[in-house]
Design a protein around this ligand. Structure first.
Ligand code: ADP
Ligand code: TZD
Ligand code: MG
Length: 573
């Protein structure tokens, strides 16, 4: 442990203890923005051999930490200054919690005595109280001797059970508190087995298998919890043994390749409507699955649901779950496989055949649109080009946000490997793009392709400087259709102000990368786009490509326009 000598005694302090506590628990990267009171903490962490990635805005650092947690099953750390920096990081913390990603937001804070009496300290705010409702757990450490316990509690809270965001409040005074070095070292805690296996009850396993066995038209839905669980081989073995068609939620794509014969991605509406038994593996029946009800599910129906989840309270959240299987996905799937020994009735052949036929039909229908080499590009033509890039470079991590840019890419770009597709997730939040891309590159070393709408990009675009500064192998493609959903709206009042959803026409986003020494690219056809992206990935060079998309090509809110409230008075205006 780094220490100072003061007379006879070896000393340590809060700064060193925080760093040592994180390192002891296998944390080697911090994402953050420096400033009072944590500037020296960042410097000292870097000096102690940690990677400290400095961002331009805390929200992006927080998003980076969150996705680092998803990718590594270790909580990603975001470090911020007090009040405003903390608040900037808070959206990412809440988003991590919503998406079940383990993350710890560590923020410096002002003097407790002054904050609690509301006497107006520098960046005064009761951060602990503000954070508490937005994360799984929130802790404050007041004494350097408690740093070890504080970090241990944060680690356990983030990782155990359903993963999520944790807030750790470190008041400025704590960092300079001095402690005997030996006492300090003795106060650190190495968290043993932070995400303990949760073995499902044998009766629950049997019930699940009985329901699955009884299915005439089974469907397995894989969610991002299944991707997070890193039980890839067991999940694949289980899906294959069951013979059932499977549907990956967007961040579970690639867990089994989208080209797998059982993949029903291209027959989504059919399988949701026609299945009779559904097995959810790490996927919630939230809005992304129409809550398990309604037209999408062919209601009225008598479908039965099996659900594997680590969170018992998730069961029956939207519909009755006939066979809840509570436990961690690795243990649950292993138990199911054990219970399937011997001959297992694979999914009925007529159902599998019907799904396969529908899927081939849909793929064939889509194919010509993906080959269109026109200028300006439409979404399908541009995404068709990127689809071929990912096919030839399947270890590339695809980050995706926007509306049309997101919804269409999700369907068009096949994924081949687990945890290679990262996107807006449960909230549909814009602004995750650059943070996710940066952490994906840092944590995996793989090349990253970020495909982002021009609006989505704007929420985190300044981090292109961060990408260039750290020389990361990130290629950003901005789908530039001059606006949100479309670039063609006009101001109904006819004034000089532009419409609310449009941006500067024909902007050159590529020049943002050039400003920071990265490579810029400007693509007007799918061929040009594929060439430019291939080159960027090949050279592992920070690159931003401005992809010119027909401003009229998109639809309102992408695929979820139905969620927009409509004014009954609109037509009269
Ligand atoms: P998607 O958006 O892909 O449908 P969700 O985020 O809705 O996925 O669901 C993920 C689910 O996975 C959550 O309910 C979460 O509790 C669960 N989960 C996360 N990790 C595990 C795990 N290791 N074992 C079991 N369930 C998990
Ligand atoms: N703010 C935040 C944080 N999240 C959001 N989802 C939105 C605003 C609303 N919103 C969407 O849901 S998509 C979107 C916004 C602003 C941008 C869509 O425009 P785009 O994509 O350029 O990124 P397309 O390709 O033009 O549709
Ligand atoms: Mg756009």
């Amino acid at each position: 442990m780094a220490a100072q000598a003061a007379g006879e005694q070896e000393l340590t302090d809060g700064f060193h203890l925080v760093i040592e506590a994180l390192k002891l628990n296998g944390i080697n990267t911090i994402y953050g923005v420096p400033g009072i009171p944590i500037t020296d903490l960042g410097r000292m962490a870097q000096a102690a051999g940690m990677r400290v990635i400095s961002f331009r805005h805390e929200q992006n650092a927080g998003n980076a930490a969150a996705i680092a947690g998803f990718l590594t099953r270790k909580p990603g750390i975001c470090l911020t200054v007090s009040a405003p920096g903390f608040l900037n990081g808070l959206t990412a913390l809440a988003n991590a919690t919503t998406n079940c990603f383990p993350m710890i937001l560590i923020s410096g804070s002002s003097e407790r005595e002054i904050v609690d009496l509301q006497q107006g300290d520098y960046e005064e705010m009761d951060q602990l109280a503000v954070a508490r409702p937005l994360c799984k757990a929130a802790f404050r450490v007041l004494h350097a001797a408690d740093i070890g316990i504080g970090v241990a509690r944060a680690m356990r809270a983030a990782l155990s059970g359903r993963p999520g965001g944790v807030y750790l409040d470190l008041p400025a005074k704590l960092f300079a508190q001095v402690l005997n070095a030996e006492t300090g070292a003795g106060s650190l805690v190495k968290v043993v087995d932070p995400a303990p296996a949760q073995i499902p009850a044998p009766a629950a396993v049997k019930r699940a298998l009985d329901v699955l066995r009884s299915a005439r038209r089974p469907l397995i839905i894989l969610g991002k919890g299944a991707a997070y669980a890193q039980a890839d081989a067991a999940i694949r073995a289980f899906v294959e043994k069951s013979g059932a068609p499977f549907l990956p939620m967007s961040m579970a794509k690639g867990l089994l390749p989208d080209t797998h014969p059982q993949c029903a991605g291209a027959a989504r509406s059919t399988v949701l409507r026609d299945c009779d038994v559904v097995m959810l593996i790490g996927a919630r029946l939230n809005w992304l699955l129409s809550h398990g009800k309604g037209k999408t599910w062919g209601e009225p129906h008598a479908k039965r649901f099996i659900q594997i989840d680590i969170e018992p309270k998730e069961m029956d959240s939207n519909v009755e779950i006939a066979a809840p299987l509570v436990g961690d996905i690795g243990s649950c799937v292993a138990a199911l496989l054990d219970g399937m020994e011997g001959k297992w009735p694979a999914s009925p052949a007529d159902w599998s055949e019907a799904v396969r036929t529908k899927r081939e039909e849909n793929i064939a229908k889509m194919a010509p649109r993906l080959m269109k080499n026109s200028a300006p590009m439409d979404f399908h033509g541009a995404l068709g080009a990127l689809r071929t890039v990912i096919k030839s470079r399947p270890d590339t991590i695809l980050v995706n946000e926007g509306a049309n840019t997101l919804d269409l890419a999700r369907g068009i770009i096949d994924m081949y490997q687990p945890r290679k597709r990262l996107d807006v997730g449960t909230w549909g939040v814009m602004g995750i793009g650059m943070g996710y891309a940066i952490a994906a590159a840092i944590e995996t070393g793989n090349p990253v392709l970020a495909v982002v709408g021009d609006s989505a990009f704007g929420f985190s675009g300044m981090e292109v400087e961060t990408i260039c500064r750290y020389q990361l192998p990130v290629c950003v493609v901005v789908f530039n259709n001059n606006g949100i959903y479309r670039g063609t709206d006009v101001n109904a009042a006819g004034g000089t102000d532009p419409a609310t959803t449009v941006f500067v026409k024909d902007a050159r986003y590529d020049r943002i990368a050039e400003a920071f020494g990265g490579a810029g690219g400007h693509a007007t056809t799918p061929d040009e786009l594929a060439r430019a992206v291939n080159k960027a990935i090949e050279l592992r060079r920070p690159t931003l490509i401005n992809a010119v998309i027909d401003p009229a090509a998109g639809s309102e809110s992408g695929r979820i326009g139905n969620l927009n409230p409509q004014s009954v008075l609109k037509k009269r205006q």
